[in-house]
Ligand binder design. Structure first.
Ligand SMILES: Cc1cc2nc3c(=O)[nH]c(=O)nc-3n(C[C@H](O)[C@H](O)[C@H](O)COP(=O)(O)OP(=O)(O)OC[C@H]3O[C@@H](n4cnc5c(N)ncnc54)[C@H](O)[C@@H]3O)c2cc1C
Length: 303
């Protein structure tokens, strides 16, 4: 450890700022229920604790923000990083048509609360299982809407421990993509929504939820869509046409219900899931000459 501090001093100081665990199994924190241990796993008590913790981190320690782990694939060998779980940053403030949401606010809670306040524009978030920081990082979207449609600013904590507020335009958001500064942590997002009757907003959310329920294999661990849809086509259609629906490697299987979902059917490893991802990419390239790009974030080191 550099910066004149030894590991036990450092970990003692972090433990005072939130919950710190060493070698924490990431399978507990990802919706795929796979992934080896994080060298350090830290859940700061609040944003000030987060900032102090990041300032205490030696410059050579890499940081990985974690939301609900609903779009994250962690290697079986784990992560040699400080994983920062932002779930305690969960304040939600309504100010007219503007809403400020902490990075740890679940997007489904955000959508429900917006409906209560008669604010429309984020109904689709009722169907996305992640938290707001992950939503900004991924530009979460569904039903032809995406988070960038209503995002005004995102406040981030930079790796040097300073807060910075960025306008949405500065994030150059596109389909499942945001250009965040390297290793920053999104701490808060501000949205501008449109007034509407709460009953009508709730009705739209109900319709979206029921359309989802019938098409996705939600009873087994998964990470939602594994691949982005290529321009003008659907990854699920291509994978199904390649004959891979139901195809399994180890404990992982391409869902029979939705071919762009990989499910952890029976104690899958990350290696099983990656092998299925590679197989689907290979077959779709061979048969249709289309390059599928993963939507799921493969974090850490992959051999
Ligand atoms: C059943 C199911 C259905 C889904 N449906 C959809 C859908 O309809 N539309 C859609 O877009 N996605 C969908 N997803 C994927 C996922 O929910 C979204 O991508 C979501 O935005 C990820 O949020 P998260 O908090 O789980 O992020 P995580 O999985 O924890 O992280 C994803 C990435 O974001 C980064 N990140 C997380 N938090 C922060 C932060 N505070 N600051 C900076 N970076 C951060 C992580 O480091 C990682 O690189 C689905 C997933 C599942 C399991």
């Amino acid at each position: 450890m550099s910066d004149g501090m030894n590991l036990s001093d450092w970990s003692r100081q972090l433990a005072e700022l939130g919950m710190l665990r060493e070698y924490e199994p990431m399978a507990r924190h990802t919706t795929l229920c796979v992934g080896g241990p994080a060298r350090w796993y830290f859940r700061p008590a609040d944003r000030e604790a987060l900032a102090r913790a990041v300032r205490l981190c030696p410059a050579d320690m890499s940081i990985l923000p974690l939301g609900r782990g609903s779009n994250m694939l962690v290697p079986d060998g784990g992560l040699d990083t400080l994983v920062i779980d932002v779930s305690e940053l969960n304040t939600l403030i309504f100010d007219g048509c503007h809403v400020h949401a902490g990075a740890g606010v679940r997007m489904s809670r955000f959508a429900r609360q917006c409906a209560e306040h008669g604010l429309s524009g984020c109904e689709f978030l009722a169907t996305v299982p992640g938290a707001m920081g992950g939503g900004v990082a991924m530009n979460a979207g569904a039903f032809a809407q995406q988070l960038s449609d209503t995002l005004v600013t995102a406040e981030v904590l930079l790796r040097n421990g300073e807060f910075l507020t960025l306008d949405a335009e500065q994030l150059c958001m596109s389909y499942r993509h945001s250009e965040l500064p390297g290793q920053c942590v999104v701490v808060e997002a501000e949205f501008r929504l449109t007034p509407d009757h709460p009953d009508q907003i709730r009705e739209r959310m109900r319709t979206m939820r029921s359309r989802r329920g019938g098409t996705q294999p939600l009873s087994l661990p998964n990470c939602g869509s594994v691949f982005k849809n290529p321009p003008g086509d659907h990854a699920a259609r291509l994978i199904e046409a390649a004959g891979l629906k139901g195809f399994a490697i180890g404990g992982a299987r391409i869902s029979e219900q939705h071919a762009n979902f990989i499910v952890n059917a029976s104690e899958a490893s990350s290696a099983d899931i990656v092998a299925l991802i590679e197989r689907a990419k290979r077959e779709v390239k061979l048969q249709f000459d289309i390059d599928l790009e993963p939507e799921v974030r493969m974090v850490g080191e992959w051999l």
